[in-house]
Ligand binder design. Structure first.
Ligand code: TXA
Ligand code: MG
Length: 425
């Protein structure tokens, strides 16, 4: 028997929350068990847990009937979703987050059928896109497509000729889209400029009272946002506009394995391998114009690599660094320092020897496990912020695999950078 359909018919009407115009809601949190959801060959969700089904139905009704945004988990970060094809619904995302209207949104789909319904008539996917979709969807990869203005409201694209689309792999996200039978626009569920939430507690402390409903599906496994790729360039390159959950190494590998030699596109990372005047000026480029990922506490990046000689930078020993921090936060008697450093960090070991400082070390993972560091980074920022530290120190990791996305976020969050030298003195 089809459990999903049977349970749907038994659903009772759940009382409505106040209307969106009241600006303030009592925020309802509904549990979802991701493991109770699977998808059949036609991309329809099969849901074995009645509580999860009811939560999803309530969220779907909110989205469709009241046009209110709903917070839901994805494998990357929690999203603030609303109907992508309804301008009024989408506009509420911007007002809830305080997001500038010239920053476009990602549209989330639950099936390739839904993707095709959004694309211009007769559009055929470029070969590299076919490979990437086959390999990484559903998953943390966003692709730019030509936008059909008769289908996609201009508020979604911020009047750009392209629309960003992804298919999330989190079963709660995908089931919500499928049950709502509508693509959902969803930025990260945080006030504009803040780190993205990876747990419901973060959403509640930031957007509690501003959203009516949060679906709680546990913590987000990837922990950083999706990789955003523009493969529509005339020169045939694939341009990584934002490194994220799928690494550049994985992308290159998939293309090499699945495309015939001679047709493998170059994969270029923005600001590492290319810059482009148009992109530099455009607010659409992820993180270019607006402040990103910053907790309210100042973040300081500790670099351990050798600074380029041309920069003529001073290197600090760990005790010089702490001296400098104490001077800059002179008003406090005991400095409270948040530390985000890999578990096998020599710099952290040295810093922690200073017992005049109140240390708040948030556990990450070893240097050899950048995926776990990525998963924990935003949780670290937000947890340390709630512990009211004076400053958060983050140690750099190698810009490889997940490390590229980690450093992209850390550099944007950091107000200051210190080069640390363990060898001198
Ligand atoms: O993992 C994710 O992508 C999460 C989850 C919720 O899916 N969403 C997310 O959305 O990170 P947001 O709005 O926080 O970031 C989307 C980024 C923005 O930096 C935006 O500028 C860029 O994607 N973007 C969206 N549409 C674009 C377009 N047409 N051209 C270039 N960049 C675009
Ligand atoms: Mg965001």
């Amino acid at each position: 028997m089809n459990i999903f359909k049977t349970a749907l018919t038994r659903l009772r009407i759940i009382q409505r929350q106040p209307s969106p115009s009241s600006m303030f809601f009592s925020t309802q949190v509904l549990k979802c068990d991701p493991s109770s959801i699977s998808f059949d060959g036609d991309d329809h969700p099969q849901i074995t847990c009645i509580e999860t089904l009811r939560s999803l139905q309530t969220a779907s009704r909110d989205l469709n009937d009241t046009l209110r945004p709903v917070v839901f988990p994805t494998e990357t970060v929690y999203g603030l979703g609303a109907l992508a094809l309804n301008s009024m619904a989408a506009s509420r995302i911007f007002s809830t987050k305080g997001r500038p209207s010239d920053n476009p949104l990602i549209v989330h789909v639950s099936s390739e059928h839904m993707l095709r319904s959004l694309l211009p008539p007769g559009y055929s996917l470029p070969a590299p896109y076919k490979v990437l979709i086959e390999r990484f969807w559903p998953g943390p990869l966003t692709l730019l497509f030509p936008s059909d203005p008769t289908k996609i409201p201009s508020i979604i694209t911020a009047n750009q000729p392209t629309v960003a689309i992804r298919m999330p792999s989190h079963s709660v996200a995908r089931a919500l889209i499928a049950i709502s039978d509508a693509p959902l626009a969803a930025p990260s569920a945080n006030s504009s400029g803040k780190p993205s939430p990876t747990r419901v507690e973060h959403v509640l402390s930031d957007l509690g009272g501003k959203v009516g409903l949060i679906l709680d599906g546990g913590f987000c496994e990837v922990g950083l946002e999706s990789t955003v790729i523009d493969g529509l360039q005339e020169d045939g390159t694939l341009r990584v506009l934002r490194p994220g959950g799928v690494s550049v190494e994985e992308i290159k590998d998939a293309l090499q394995q699945n495309l015939p030699g001679g047709t493998i596109p170059k994969v270029l990372v923005h600001r590492r391998d290319f810059t482009d005047d148009v992109i530099e000026r455009a607010p659409t480029t992820p993180g270019m114009k607006y402040r990103h990922y910053s907790p309210s506490v100042p973040v300081t990046l500790l670099r351990t690599s050798t600074p380029p000689p041309s920069m003529k930078l001073k290197s600090y020993t760990p005790s010089d660094l702490l001296g400098s921090l104490k001077e800059s936060v002179a008003s406090v008697t005991s400095l409270k320092v948040g530390l985000l450093a890999p578990s096998d960090s020599a710099v952290a070991k040295k810093l922690l020897e200073d017992t005049t400082v109140e240390w708040h070390r948030y556990p990450l993972a070893s240097f050899s496990n950048p995926a776990l560091i990525a998963q924990r980074l935003f949780d670290g920022f937000l947890t340390l912020e709630r512990e009211s530290v004076d400053v958060i120190l983050v140690e750099e990791v190698a810009e490889e695999r997940e490390g590229l996305a980690i450093m992209n976020r850390v550099k944007k969050a950091a107000g200051e950078t210190y080069w640390i030298d363990l060898k001198s003195r």
